[in-house]
Design a binder for this molecule. Sequence first.
Ligand SMILES: [Zn+2]
Ligand SMILES: [Zn+2]
Length: 126
Amino acid sequence: MSKEATAFYVSNRTQCKECVKSRVREHRKNNDSVREYDRKRGARQSSSYLKEYRTKYPKKYKAHNHVNNGVRDGKYLKPAKCSLCPSKLQLEAHHDDYDKPQVFRWLCSRCHAIWHAMNGEALNPI
Ligand SMILES: [Zn+2]
Ligand SMILES: [Zn+2]
């Protein structure tokens, strides 16, 4: 061990300060997607976050709400896999046009991210 004892947190001696710090940074970076994931699972959100999202993207919010409620009410069935690839992980409803909440496709989070990276924001988010 070349590092001095002071480089370690007392409560976590197996990890040096830099490791802990970078882990925290990593966690912050992932926080948005984690929040998104929690929202999809129906976890409770802080009301300020929801309010901000609703004000920022009213149509987007409505479209997602439409899908979430539809799934909850049994109106929509989440398919077994992504509509673009064989992945079964984290299927998300994607809208090409938020003015049409009923028109959406189920994409895995990867295909969904790729779609938006290539096409940017869908139509009418506001
Ligand atoms: Zn996919
Ligand atoms: Zn989308």
